[in-house]
Design a protein around this ligand. Structure first.
Ligand SMILES: NC(=O)c1ccc[n+]([C@@H]2O[C@H](COP(=O)([O-])OP(=O)(O)OC[C@H]3O[C@@H](n4cnc5c(N)ncnc54)[C@H](OP(=O)(O)O)[C@@H]3O)[C@@H](O)[C@H]2O)c1
Length: 228
């Protein structure tokens, strides 16, 4: 009779055990859920803190003073059109003197005169074709001797003429992409960085591309040249 009673107790013991197990799982789930909510809450706070710090506060404070603390002169490569020209104009609007670098002397003269007249800053320009590789840099180095470069914007960049598989891209185009997108960025840093280090101030901006962050079939050479 006693054995039968023991047998009846087994389901009761199992259900008690299951209840305990279940409730401890519930506690674990509650802790995981709590951590998730806290993580989301702090991410939300961090997002709005960054937004306010980067976009809202500069609207009320003078960014010009902050930008000019890097030095008097900014160099922008590929400054005669597109993004480079916009960079040159924006920096000039904050009182930076601008040195423009690209291939076409007429365009350089026109843009540098327009920037000087509009923003009342000093401008200079250097004619250089980065696709030629190593030979252009002694001339640039000489032109920048005794110039306190505060900001360098490595913007000049070239793209494939049209999307192509790597084996079909002409060798000249490959060298142009390497020399302009990679070589020029590296060599311009090599020219201006020693002065910045000596003065303990300076900023370098490398204009990249969204293509560097994802698989870009038919543009992979350009995409890899824009990884910074
Ligand atoms: N446009 C886009 O949608 C886009 C998107 C992502 C990233 N980007 C990047 O942003 C940068 C600017 O693009 P963008 O579209 O504004 O270019 P863009 O309008 O074609 O202007 C290119 C600039 O670079 C100069 N340049 C071209 N070849 C040069 C060379 N061999 N040596 C010296 N200067 C040269 C050009 O001036 P000259 O002709 O007078 O030499 C021009 O001032 C590039 O680095 C590009 O990779 C562009």
């Amino acid at each position: 009779m006693e054995t039968v009673n023991e047998v009846y107790k087994i389901p009761v013991m199992i259900s008690k055990g299951m209840f305990q197990l279940f409730s401890s799982h519930m506690e674990i789930l509650a802790v995981v859920g709590g951590c998730f909510i806290l993580w989301n809450f702090f991410s939300f706070l961090h997002f709005w803190y960054s937004m306010i710090q980067q976009y809202a506060i500069p609207c009320f404070l003078s960014r010009s003073k902050h930008i000019r603390q890097y030095g008097e002169w900014a160099i922008v490569t590929g400054a005669t059109s597109g993004i480079g020209k916009a960079y040159a104009e924006e920096l000039a609007s904050h009182g930076m003197n601008i040195i423009l670098v690209s291939r076409n002397p007429e365009k350089l003269k026109e843009v540098s005169e327009a920037i000087a007249a509009t923003y009342k800053v000093k401008t200079r320009f250097i004619v250089a074709d980065f696709s030629l590789g190593r030979e252009v840099y002694p001339h640039i180095k000489e032109a920048l001797r005794n110039v306190e470069v505060g900001i360098l914007v490595n913007n000049a960049g070239v793209f494939h003429d049209y999307p192509q598989i790597t084996t079909e891209v002409p060798e000249d185009k490959l060298w142009e992409i390497i020399n302009v997108n990679i070589g020029a960025a590296v060599m311009m840093v090599h020219i201006v960085l020693p002065g910045m280090v000596q003065r303990k101030r300076g900023a370098i901006v490398n204009v990249s591309s969204g293509t560097c962050c994802k698989a870009t079939p038919l543009m992979n050479i350009y995409a890899s040249s824009k990884v910074t």
